[in-house]
Design a protein around this ligand. Structure first.
Ligand code: PHE
Length: 377
C-alpha cells in the first residue's frame, strides 16, 4: 500500500502510480555537497567557476522539476528510456528529480542569462558500485550570442583570444570537424555562424581542460595535456561532442556538449540567439584529481574524510579504514625483578598483529605492573 503523500524538502506531494522516490534519496536532497565549504565537490565547482569569471554562477536551484522540463523542452522523444520509472526518480507523474542539469537550460536562457554556469545534484537510478551512485553532481555551462553580425564579431574576438592562449600552452588536441553528415548544422542556422559558435565551444572547453588538468600532468615539452574530441548526439544540441582527457595513463570521459538546437532556443523565448552548452560530471573529475577511490566517500561525514580537505585546495586523498578504530587495553605482569622495555613489547605486537596495529601507548606502570594500550584498526 502506497502512502497518499510524500514529504520532500519540507513540502507534501500527492503520490500516484509513478511514485518511486525512496527515503534514502529523500534524505540526500537537502545536503548540496557542492556548496559545503571545503568539500572536494565544492572546490571543484569553484575551480570551474573561476575559469568563467564573467558568467552567472548558479548553484541553488531545486532538484524538483517536471518531466516536461527535464525531457520535453529538450526534445527528448516520447519513448526515451530515461523517462521510465526504472531509470528516473518520480515524486508523482508530474514531478521528478532532475536527471541532468540541462533540465534548467530553457528556464535559465528564458530568464535572460546569456553566459552562465549551474552546479547541482542530479539523480539517476543506477547500479551500486564504487563508481556509480544514484545521486551525483553536474556543472552545466552555456553561452548564447545574438545570431547577427554583432554576435559573430563577439565570437571572432573571443576565438582569437582563446587561440592565442592555447598556442602558448602545452596542450595537444585531437579534433573532429565542427560539422559532419552525422553531426549536422541546424536547418535554421547559417553554417558559417555554427562554425564560429562550435569553434568557440571547443576553444572555451579546451581552455577549461587546461585549467583543471594542465598543471597536474607535469606538462613539459615532452608531456602535453592530451584532449580528444569525439562526435556525439544529444536531443537538444547539434553538432554534439564529447570530450576526453588523457590523465594518469587513461582516457577519461569528461563532458558532453554541443550547439543548442533552434527548438530549445525557441522554447526559451530566445529565437534570435545562437549558443552552446556543456554538462560535466563533478564526481568523476574529483575522483581523479583527489585520488578518491570510491564515489560513496563523497557522502561520508566521517571527520577522517572531511578533515582532509580545505576549500580551494586539491590534495591527494589518504585512505583510511572503512571501520572505526577499536581500542584494546592489555595489562600484564612481570615476575619480580624482571624488566621489559616498551620497545620489546612493540616488537612482540608487530610480530603477532602486523600493521593492523596503528599505535601502542604505555598507559601506566606501577610497581612491577605494566599496562599498555593498543589502538588497532
Ligand atoms: N546533460 C548531458 C548529460 O547529462 C550533457 C550535456 C549538457 C550535453 C549540455 C549537451 C549539452 O550527459
Amino acid at each position: 500500500q502506497r502512502p497518499s503523500h510524500v514529504t520532500v524538502l519540507g513540502e507534501q506531494y500527492p503520490t500516484d502510480h509513478m511514485t518511486n522516490i525512496s527515503p534514502t534519496i529523500v534524505s540526500k536532497l537537502p545536503l548540496k555537497l557542492h556548496t559545503q565549504p571545503s568539500h572536494p565537490l565544492s572546490t571543484l565547482r569553484a575551480l570551474i567557476e573561476s575559469h568563467f569569471p564573467t558568467y552567472a554562477h548558479l548553484s541553488s536551484l531545486s532538484p524538483l522539476v517536471t518531466p516536461y522540463q527535464n525531457f520535453d523542452l529538450l526534445s527528448f522523444p516520447a519513448d526515451h528510456p530515461g523517462r521510465s520509472v526504472t531509470d528516473s526518480y518520480y515524486i508523482n507523474k508530474d514531478l521528478m528529480l532532475r536527471t541532468h542539469t540541462s533540465a534548467h537550460e530553457v528556464d535559465v536562457f528564458g530568464r535572460g542569462e546569456t553566459k552562465w554556469l549551474l552546479t547541482a545534484d542530479v539523480y539517476r537510478r543506477d547500479e551500486i558500485d564504487g563508481s556509480h551512485y544514484p545521486v551525483f553532481h553536474q556543472t552545466e555551462g552555456a553561452r548564447i550570442v545574438s545570431a547577427n553580425a554583432t554576435g559573430m564579431k563577439e565570437l571572432e574576438e573571443d576565438n582569437e583570444r582563446l587561440v592565442a592562449h592555447l598556442e602558448r600552452s602545452n596542450i595537444e588536441i585531437e579534433d573532429v570537424p565542427h560539422l559532419s553528415p552525422a553531426n549536422p548544422c541546424q536547418p535554421a542556422h547559417d553554417p558559417k555562424h555554427t562554425e564560429l559558435i562550435a569553434k568557440n565551444l571547443k576553444l572555451s572547453l579546451n581552455s577549461l581542460m587546461l585549467h583543471l588538468f594542465g598543471g597536474r600532468v607535469g606538462a613539459t615539452a615532452g608531456n602535453p595535456l592530451k584532449v580528444r574530441w569525439i562526435e556525439a548526439s544529444f536531443p537538444w544540441t547539434t553538432p554534439s561532442f564529447e570530450v576526453e582527457v588523457f590523465f594518469r595513463g587513461k582516457w577519461l570521459e569528461i563532458l558532453g556538449c554541443g550547439v543548442v538546437r533552434q527548438a530549445t532556443l525557441d522554447n526559451a523565448n530566445v529565437p534570435d540567439k545562437l549558443g552552446w552548452a556543456f554538462g560535466l560530471g563533478l564526481e568523476r573529475i574529483a575522483m581523479v584529481l583527489y585520488s578518491i577511490p570510491d564515489i560513496r566517500l563523497f557522502w561520508s561525514r566521517d571527520p577522517r574524510f572531511l578533515s582532509q580537505f580545505q576549500q580551494g585546495e586539491i590534495t591527494t586523498f589518504k585512505p583510511y579504514s572503512k571501520y572505526p578504530a577499536c581500542f584494546k587495553d592489555v595489562s600484564f605482569w612481570l615476575p619480580q625483578g624482571e624488566t621489559l622495555h616498551e620497545n620489546d613489547f612493540c616488537d612482540l605486537v608487530r610480530d603477532v598483529a602486523g600493521d593492523v596495529v596503528e599505535d601502542v601507548k604505555l598507559a601506566s606502570l606501577c610497581s612491577g605492573m605494566s599496562k599498555l594500550a593498543l589502538t588497532c584498526e
